[in-house]
Design a protein around this ligand. Sequence first.
Ligand SMILES: C[S@@+](CC[C@H](N)C(=O)[O-])C[C@H]1O[C@@H](n2cnc3c(N)ncnc32)[C@H](O)[C@@H]1O
Length: 359
Amino acid sequence: MPRIDARARLDFALFARQAWAAQVYPCLVDEVRKRAGALAETSEDLDRWTERVDKVAPFVWQSSIYPFFAWLERGLQKQLWRATSEVVSESPTTLEIDLGDSESDGTLELDGETELPKWYAECDFHLQPGGVWPSLANGEVYKLGAQVVMLGANDQAQFHRLFTDTAIPDRDYRRIVDLGCGFAKSTFPLKQRFPHAEVIGIDLAEPLLKMAWAQARRDGIVVRLRQADCRSTGLDGASADLVTATMLIHELPLYAVEEMLAEVARLLRPGGLLRVLDFHPTGDPLRDLAMMEHSERNNEPFLADLFKADVIKLCGKAGLADARWVAFDERGAGRLNEAVWPKRKEWHFPWAVLEAVRP
Ligand SMILES: C[S@@+](CC[C@H](N)C(=O)[O-])C[C@H]1O[C@@H](n2cnc3c(N)ncnc32)[C@H](O)[C@@H]1O
């Protein structure tokens, strides 16, 4: 249990993020609309002004609220990592790695030789000092931070279960591969929904895989966890019926996304499915501009490029067919049937599902 003052800091970080999303963002929208409205001669002009990101940008940058919105976003993220680091350093974790008696208990496949790409090892993604891979403590800090970042709505993997339940069609999958599985919050719901499938989580970060393994053993979940790059998993070609990746591709440079998609096409059997949960422009220019600039504020160096890229085209280039993005509503509906996001007043991440099939 964290000390009471550390607990208070975590609660404050959570509360402040909620207030920032629910209260500061709508004020920004109001101000930008007023500024754009003052310049527009008719309501049609106003629609045109706000039609595209580059048109709305000057109004956003000149607004008095945007610097505060941006400063708060970055400051709260830094505060989150300070608070979580404090909690973790109070009670350092040690993990007993029990490898189980046989392969029927699942496997943990660590590879001390795995070379970490420079852009992975040298980047403090989402401002977490040192990233997720150097130590168990870094992994624990990330795990705790992931709860707060989701505004408290994902403590029990509700978000990942929603993805698994609404974005994955019912089929008799034999092998499912979850790329960038982290500490397996995205992997376990797949095994729970498809208990007969062999479920394999792939990640570069050894500490996260060890944490996932410890939880799998504790909860009796049989999975295969493998340390590898998502672009060269070392798994057999044409061996998977479903490949998933949640919150992975915005952390890859675009050329690595292309290489990952080629690996997905190699891994899937004909008729096999790809389902990616990540971010996609919503078509609301103010929201999309704020998200592109979140890329810099939150140290997500590849996110803006992903936002501007034609990922559907990249899927086709990799040999995947019927690719499309659809919206994802994390409040409960999950996958929606089209790329139309419900109108919302508050700030939210533009969650979306990328779907494709191996012909
Ligand atoms: C934001 S986390 C998401 C983790 C998990 N999918 C979830 O939804 O909780 C991104 C994960 O991708 C992993 N990752 C990043 N680049 C990777 C790569 N090239 N190959 C394999 N894993 C990678 C990171 O180590 C991290 O665990």
